[in-house]
Write a protein that binds this ligand. Sequence first.
Ligand SMILES: [Mn+2]
Length: 409
Amino acid sequence: MRFAHFADIHIGSWADERLAEASTRAFMKAVDACVEKAVDFILISGDFFNTSLPSIDRLKEVTSKLKELADMNIPVYIIPGSHDFSPTGKTMLDVLENAGLLTNVMRGSSGEDGKLSLKFTTDRKTGAKITGIGGKKGMLDKHYYGQLVLESLEKEAGFRIFMFHTALEEFKPKGMEQMDAVPLAMLPKGFSYYAGGHIHRVFERSVPGYGLITMPGPLFPNNFDELELVGNGGFYIIESSSDGKVKATHHPVIIHNVYTINVDAEKKTPEEVTDALMAAIGQKEFYNTIVLVRVAGKLRSGKTSDIGFRQFLEAVYEKRAVYVARNTSKLVGKDFEEIKVDYHSVEDIEQKLIVEHAGQSKAFPVDREKDLAHKLLHILAKEKEEGETTADFEKRVKEDFAKVVGIKL
Ligand SMILES: [Mn+2]
């Protein structure tokens, strides 16, 4: 048996039009590689799309690729990720599943005692039994793990795959120690393969009592840090031999080259920093390359805005760079220290503020308040969809609101 494991594809993730196609292209390329390697099926461990309602253009491309796979009889098994999920449960994944293009393996029932019994989805060709738990925003999925009936899952015979979309407490990567996570003990033991997602880093570990646990990282990096740390994305190909051995190989997916420039601004004048930036690009050409530039340190004189970034950017784009990303979070001018928020995404900041302020209103229990705040932020941030009338849009927002708050309109 040979299968592929993708996660965190985030179709539509980059707002900048220069990189808007990158995650979709990475998906196309990864699928082509899987076809070439004759995989039996493909797993997607959450965050297939960057939002629950992706744009029509992206959907068109992705759907025709999924159709190619369906026509070749290569099934796609998926769990929703924190990004695929809308608070009201609406997601494009349902549409694709109804069209027979993929299968959501997070299936089960919850008993009167609130216990969650998961069902396996059996792959017809290989007999592999697949189940899993998707991710939700703000770690609502932790609740699922707490209710999960493990015994029946652990007793099941055969080649079993558990898909998950969460950080694991024991294996949080450096710099992500504060992240919400699920302890390994909440996952069923003895599965053949644990297909993870959510952490945008490559991870692979064989754990006694459990099995091979991996996270492939994103198919294409989603921000400056990921570009710097992982450079390019990738996925796993897993091969299991008849003696039960499971081997994972990470396959890179290269869409653009990444070139990093570091400039130390400590005790330099803005002019000296500009010179250092220009010297760093020298005679280079940046065809099909993303250039990352990190400038850090405290200037000897002047302001950070005196640095000739504009001149630098023009020169780099002139040399055919696809995109230039700059990080100056540790750069300060002579006379004042800039205050920077040390969070990378809007969601991180929202999450931080919600946690910090929860419990002040006393109108709801704290957990309910956090949950509500999250869902309301999500709903109220929605924009009008393509082709949607203003009246329909307002109706949709009102209905979503009523559903979340639990009132009748
Ligand atoms: Mn993700």
